[in-house]
Design a binder for this molecule. Structure first.
Ligand code: HEM
Length: 196
C-alpha cells in the first residue's frame, strides 16, 4: 500500500496496539514480529498514549498485507470491526455507551465522541462525520459523510460501521456509495439502511 505523505501527522499508539492484538490473536507472535521487521519499527509493542508517525501505521498495514497475502483494504475492513471490540476491552466501552444508545445515536455523536477523547489525547487528529437521515422504502436510511486528511481509510470506516451494527445488535445494510467529488478534501459517502 504505497502512499505519499505530504504531512507529518501522528496517531496514538492505541491504533498500532490494536493491530498488533488482532494479528497476534489470529496469526501469532511470530507473524507480527515478521511484519514489524519488514517495517523496521524499533519494538513490536507500542505505547497506547504515545503518538507515532502515521507512516508507521500505514507501513504496518502494508507489511501485514504482504505477509498475510491479503489485500490492504480487506485487512483495514476487519481491523475496523476489531477496533470496536478492542477499544471496549481497553476501557473505552463506557465512554462509547455515553455517546450512543443505539447505532443511529452513535453515528450522530461520532464527532462529539472524538472531541471528548481529545481531552485525554491532546494530539488526536480525528476524522469528521456528517449524518443526514431520510426514509427509503419504509426504512430509515442514514447517509454518512466521512472527511479525513488521511488517505485510503475508507475500508476501515466500512469495518467500523459493521462492528458498530454488531455491537448494537442492529440489522443494517451498509454500503459505500463513493466520493462526493474528485478533490482531496472530498468526503467518502456511506449509506446505512436500518432494518427492523
Ligand atoms: C471508543 C472508541 C474509539 C476510540 C478510543 C477512538 C480513538 C481514535 C484514535 C486514537 C484514532 C487515531 C487518530 C489519532 O491518534 O490522531 C482514531 C481514528 C479514527 N477513528 Fe476513532 N475512536 C473510537 C471509535 C471510533 C468509531 C466508532 C468510529 C466510527 C466510524 C471511528 C472512526 C475513526 C476513523 C475513521 C479514524 C481514522 C483517522 C482518520 O480518518 O483521519 N472511531 N480514533
Amino acid at each position: 500500500m504505497a502512499f505519499f505523505f505530504a504531512n507529518v501527522w501522528t496517531m496514538y499508539g492505541l491504533v498500532n496496539e490494536a493491530m498488533r492484538d488482532m494479528v497476534v490473536s489470529r496469526q501469532g507472535e511470530a507473524c507480527w514480529a515478521e511484519i514489524c521487521g519488514r517495517v523496521g519499527v524499533p519494538s513490536t509493542e507500542f505505547v497506547a498514549m504515545q503518538a507515532y508517525p502515521d507512516a508507521m501505521t500505514y507501513g504496518l498495514v502494508g507489511a501485514a498485507s504482504e505477509v498475510l497475502a491479503t489485500p490492504a483494504g480487506d485487512l483495514l475492513r476487519s481491523f475496523g470491526d476489531y477496533w470496536i471490540t478492542f477499544t471496549a476491552e481497553q476501557g473505552y466501552g463506557e465512554m462509547m455507551d455515553l455517546f450512543g444508545k443505539d447505532l443511529l445515536s452513535c453515528l450522530r455523536n461520532l464527532n462529539g465522541m472524538h472531541a471528548h477523547m481529545g481531552v485525554m489525547m491532546p494530539e488526536l487528529r480525528p476524522p469528521r462525520f456528517e449524518v443526514t437521515e431520510r426514509e427509503g422504502s419504509g426504512v430509515p436510511v442514514v447517509e454518512l459523510r466521512y472527511y479525513s486528511k488521511r488517505p485510503g481509510l475508507m475500508p476501515f470506516v466500512l469495518g467500523l460501521l459493521e462492528g458498530l451494527a454488531r455491537k448494537f445488535g442492529q440489522k443494517a445494510e451498509i454500503g459505500h456509495v463513493g466520493r462526493a467529488s474528485e478533490g482531496p478534501d472530498s468526503p467518502e459517502i456511506f449509506e446505512i439502511r436500518l432494518l427492523a
